[in-house]
Design a protein around this ligand. Structure first.
Ligand SMILES: NC(=O)c1ccc[n+]([C@@H]2O[C@H](COP(=O)([O-])OP(=O)(O)OC[C@H]3O[C@@H](n4cnc5c(N)ncnc54)[C@H](O)[C@@H]3O)[C@@H](O)[C@H]2O)c1
Length: 246
């Protein structure tokens, strides 16, 4: 599988490129990243629009502002697109949704199987403990741009799917009692933290905690490659972790 890596110069992009090069079944078609100077002979580009290499798939770990141009490129070249980038605005998300009408698009704010499992368990806990107060705490490295993390929102959305009345209180900072239906979401930004997500369910007599701790970025790169291997066999449509592990 030949892969174009968008955001190849970033923390995740570097880990992903190293993993692609290690595996016999994958190959880097091109590296694209804003800080690169284009060198077509080396298959390196500053902008996706300049990339002419043939490929089977694109994997994106870049910045949400890159997504519209990336979707246009994927549609033009008829390439499956894995979007791992988080923090998309509503307009950027609409571009991804539109692209999925023409090409297969895989999107997850967290590519790890472990977080997909935690989301499933969170739904069970929220249904089993309908009166529990729910709070989510996430921690990431001090260079992370989006707040709260896409994964914290993914987990809150999973809970909301079984508790539709839920509201999100992001970064609670005002005096007053919490409401019954709110899910508090709290973000820590600390040093080199790879990614921690914790959900607490408190009933008044007990507290149940679900916690996922990413220990290495390889976890997300591995997940993105599994997503790509899945995606290249699919027709146009919008896919996520539920489709892989269903
Ligand atoms: N889904 C997941 O499992 C998962 C896991 C980790 C990180 N992420 C997300 O992936 C993204 C990247 O994370 P990171 O830690 O590698 O960040 P980073 O800041 O280290 O790297 C981002 C890279 O993207 C490049 N870039 C920015 N705009 C670009 C554009 N328009 N075209 C091409 N390249 C562009 C930057 O130059 C930089 O090299 C973030 O949105 C992050 O939240 C997702």
């Amino acid at each position: 599988m030949r892969i174009i890596v968008n955001g190849a110069g970033g923390q995740m992009g570097k880990v992903l490129c190293a993993m692609i090069e290690e595996k016999a079944e994958t190959e880097i078609a091109a590296r694209v990243s804003m800080e690169f100077s284009t060198d077509a002979a080396q298959h390196i580009y500053a902008d996706i629009k300049e990339c002419t290499e043939s490929a089977d798939c694109i994997i994106d770990f870049s910045n949400h502002t890159a997504v519209p141009a990336l979707c246009a490129y994927a549609v033009e070249k008829k390439l499956p697109l894995v979007i791992a980038t988080t923090g998309l605005t509503a307009d950027e998300q609409a571009e991804a949704d539109k692209a999925a009408e023409t090409v297969p698009v895989f999107q997850s704010a967290n590519m790890s199987l472990g977080v997909a499992l935690v989301a499933c368990l969170a739904k069970i806990a929220a249904k089993t403990l309908p009166d529990a107060n729910i709070e989510i705490v996430e921690a990431h490295h001090n260079r992370k741009l989006d707040v709260p993390s896409g994964t914290a929102l993914l987990l809150a959305d999973a809970i909301k799917s079984v508790r539709p009345e839920s509201t999100y209180n992001i970064g609670r900072h005002e005096n007053g009692k919490r409401t019954e239906e709110e899910i508090g979401i709290h973000s820590l930004r600390l040093g080199g933290e790879v990614g921690m997500h914790e959900i607490q369910f408190a009933t008044g007599t007990q507290v149940i905690t679900l916690k996922h701790q990413a220990q290495t970025r390889a976890l997300f790169a591995e997940g993105a490659l599994s997503a790509a291997a899945f995606l290249v066999k699919q027709p146009a449509g919008h896919y996520n972790m539920d489709d892989i592990f269903a």
